[in-house]
Design a protein around this ligand. Structure first.
Ligand SMILES: [Zn+2]
Length: 242
């Protein structure tokens, strides 16, 4: 209970602070006159799910569940701040068609459904939540990967910096371009980031990722990183409309 109260206080504190900074930086007049149609929709993608658990820690922590917990918190923070947000999944289960008879087909069908949701959402930008893993236990910390779409690189670099400043000053990682092999991130046209929130292969990261207050902190930073970048992301989406 104490943890939950602390987490909520922390979330509200961070969110209000960063929201105030973002509003100041973009100027109140622009906000007042902007039509609701130009507003961005933040798509929060909890990586994996259903038959696809993603990475698994040596202790048995399943990535898809950690992703979902953080994504749900991000959704709650976004709602608190009045940000229009959509989840690609809200539960552990995924309903597959009868045609999806193998894990590969299930994964493909799920990715296709997420892709359809993202491409059909006006003014979408996406944050995909994942956890990392490595063959040796050493590597730890947040790693931001950006899509090869307009606006993503700058957003990714700023998001990585925000994580360093707000979560771990010793994290000197730089944001990197997503590899070609990650299908979803390479088939969208909107600004998008995939944030690996930590390494399930690192015991300390795993312990933190299982902590409710830490998950809240991650979620707040994710949404704050969106909010800070929103004016630039909105300009990218407007320009794409021609
Ligand atoms: Zn993953």
């Amino acid at each position: 209970m104490k943890n939950r109260v602390t987490a909520i206080c922390l979330a509200v504190f961070f969110a209000v602070l960063l929201a105030a900074a973002a509003v100041r930086s973009r100027g109140s007049r622009a906000v007042m006159t902007r039509s609701r149609d130009a507003e961005l929709t933040l798509i929060i993608d909890a990586g994996h799910g259903g038959a696809d658990g993603g990475a698994v820690s040596p202790g048995g922590t399943v990535e898809s569940e950690v992703n979902l917990a953080i994504a749900k918190k991000a959704e709650a923070v976004a709602a608190f701040l009045g940000i229009r947000a959509v989840m690609t999944r809200s539960s552990s289960d995924i309903a597959y068609s009868a045609k999806a008879t193998t894990l590969r087909k299930m994964k493909a069908e799920d990715q296709k459904a997420r892709l359809a949701l993202i491409t059909s959402t006006p003014n979408a930008v996406m944050l995909s939540v994942h956890q990392n893993t490595f063959p040796s236990p050493g590597p730890y910390g947040v790693q931001v990967l950006y899509a090869p779409t307009e606006g993503s690189e700058e957003w990714g670099k700023n998001m990585q910096l925000l994580f360093a400043n707000a979560l771990d000053v010793n994290n000197r990682r730089a944001a990197v371009l997503i590899p070609d092999s990650i299908l979803l991130m390479n088939h969208i046209d909107c600004p998008a980031l995939l944030v690996e929130c930590g390494f399930l292969s690192n015991a300390n990261d795993e312990k933190k990722l299982l902590d409710d207050a830490y998950r809240t902190k991650l979620a707040v930073i994710l949404v704050a990183g969106f909010l800070r970048e929103a004016p630039g992301l909105r300009a990218v989406r407007e320009a794409q409309k021609g």
